[in-house]
Design a protein around this ligand. Structure first.
Ligand SMILES: *[C@@H]1O[C@H](CO)[C@@H](O)[C@H](O)[C@H]1NC(C)=O
Ligand SMILES: *[C@@H]1O[C@H](CO)[C@@H](O)[C@H](O)[C@H]1NC(C)=O
Ligand SMILES: *[C@@H]1O[C@H](CO)[C@@H](O)[C@H](O)[C@H]1NC(C)=O
Ligand SMILES: *[C@@H]1O[C@H](CO)[C@@H](O)[C@H](O)[C@H]1NC(C)=O
Length: 405
């Protein structure tokens, strides 16, 4: 009997494994990822003043019975190329989105214009080049204010907390510098890898990339390339084919990713790499990248240079204005890492000197910690988020609540 059962069981197991196929979450949306983790997520549309239609994701504990009274709202701002998903990828007990929900916050995930969730406009089709004529300056002028106002109006709170990664912080800083009335709405900003002064890129070929960027940009424009598209289901499966476990190219893929963000082989789970990569490219305009190239070159935290005429129209001056960092009142906490190839610690020190309400500056206590480790490191909770959340709790004033629950 037993001799018969064993092959049957093995065959059944093999069939089940076949039917399951690759990781079902490989190219899943933020809502699918959250649901699989046992959380509920709701998408809400927010209209930016210049017509872009953004999708905010509100993350909640899955309610058994009556939902708990929601706590202070927190808005999470994703980085360049990314979307709301990045705050979830490490999973429950490790990803910041879930940790904050578990800690009682009302968690909102931003999706800036141009990413897969925010690719609509009232009048412009995203196939129209005019749709893509924005950089992170416009995210700061229109997207973030609209999102902050929406969250406060929906929740009835007077202030929220903001947590940003990379570009999310550039947008936050540019908004606070340009629209000071929004500083009063921010109880605390926690800035993970605050990109304002990059100081020195440590990407491979960064010197060539920078010196040739002008030519690359105009070549892309002439070729009609205005956006860097999001991964599709077919590129997801390509990541699985090239970077998945047991693939001969996995090691190459792993090294390539490390060379972009910073060498930290201990920090990144190789098996999860295809899943991470599938979510790291969520769509953005070429101009957004161009704007970063400009501030790396100029060394100034300034608006995008669009030529004298267009500058005059957009900013009211022929040269791009510099964002006035020393005018920002909101309390800000800065977190940086030694091995961050996209943001040198010296750039963070320069930023800290200009800001006038820095409540803390923390270096992640791991010399190998890199730019994407802020979201994906295996020990990101103990190395970083526990510190971030301890400080956040001190700014969780109940006096900022407008209406009774
Ligand atoms: C892509 O994959 C996701 C989840 O794996 C699925 O929900 C979606 O329908 C797929 N999209 C297309 C166009 O096949
Ligand atoms: C946008 O343009 C494409 C191609 O021109 C078309 O197929 C699509 O229906 C348009 N979308 C909207 C929302 O008008
Ligand atoms: C790495 O990721 C895979 C796939 O998500 C997961 O099954 C595994 O437990 C992870 N390994 C560690 C050490 O966390
Ligand atoms: C905040 O709430 C706690 C109890 O929930 C209360 O004891 C405290 O007085 C409140 N503080 C303010 C400033 O309202």
């Amino acid at each position: 009997m037993r001799t018969l059962l064993l092959p049957l069981l093995l065959a059944a197991a093999a069939a089940a494994a076949d039917a399951a196929g690759p990781d079902p979450l490989l190219c899943a949306t933020a809502e699918e990822v959250a649901r699989a983790a046992g959380y509920a997520m709701e998408a809400q549309s927010v209209r930016a003043a210049d017509g872009y239609v953004l999708q905010l994701h509100r993350l909640r504990a899955r309610g058994r019975g009556r939902p708990r009274a929601a706590g202070q709202p927190v808005l999470l701002l994703h980085g360049l190329f990314c979307a709301s998903d990045l705050w979830l990828l490490r999973g429950p007990g490790a990803a910041l989105g879930y940790l904050l929900v578990d800690d009682g916050y009302d968690v909102w995930l931003m999706n800036f214009r141009g990413n897969r969730y925010s690719s609509k406009h009232e009048r412009l089709n995203s196939t129209n080049p005019a749709f893509w004529k924005f950089s992170w300056h416009e995210m700061a002028m229109w997207d973030l204010p609209a999102a902050v106002d929406h969250v406060l109006a929906t929740t009835g709170w007077r202030q929220l907390q903001v947590v940003g990664h990379s570009m999310g912080n550039s947008v936050l800083l540019a908004m606070l510098a340009t629209r000071p009335q929004y500083a009063r709405k921010v109880a605390l900003g926690s800035l993970l890898a605050p990109v304002a002064y990059i100081h020195r890129l440590r990407l491979p070929f960064s010197r060539t990339l920078l010196s040739d960027w002008g030519r690359i940009h105009s070549f892309l424009q002439r070729s009609g390339v205005y956006s860097i598209p999001a991964t599709t289901n077919s590129s997801c499966s390509l990541f699985q084919q090239v970077c998945g476990d047991q693939k001969p190219t996995q090691d190459f893929c792993f090294r390539f990713v490390q060379s972009i963000y910073g060498w930290d082989p201990q920090g990144l789970n190789k098996t999860a790499l295809p899943f991470y990569l599938s979510h790291l490219l969520a769509g953005v305009s070429v101009d957004t990248v161009a704007h970063f190239m400009q501030i790396v070159k100029s060394g100034r935290f300034e608006a995008m240079d669009r030529g004298p005429e267009e500058n005059l129209r957009r900013y009211g001056s022929t040269t791009p204005p510099t964002y006035r960092l020393n005018g920002i009142d909101a309390p800000l906490a800065l977190y940086y890492a030694d091995n961050d190839y996209e943001l040198h610690p010296k750039g963070v020190m320069q930023l800290a000197q200009e800001l006038r309400n820095v409540v803390s500056i923390s270096r992640v206590p791991d010399t190998a910690f890199n730019h994407v480790d802020f979201l994906l490191h295996e020990q990101v909770h103990s190395l970083l988020y526990s510190t971030v959340m301890t400080l956040m709790r001190q700014f969780r004033h109940n006096k900022t609540r407008n209406v009774s629950p």
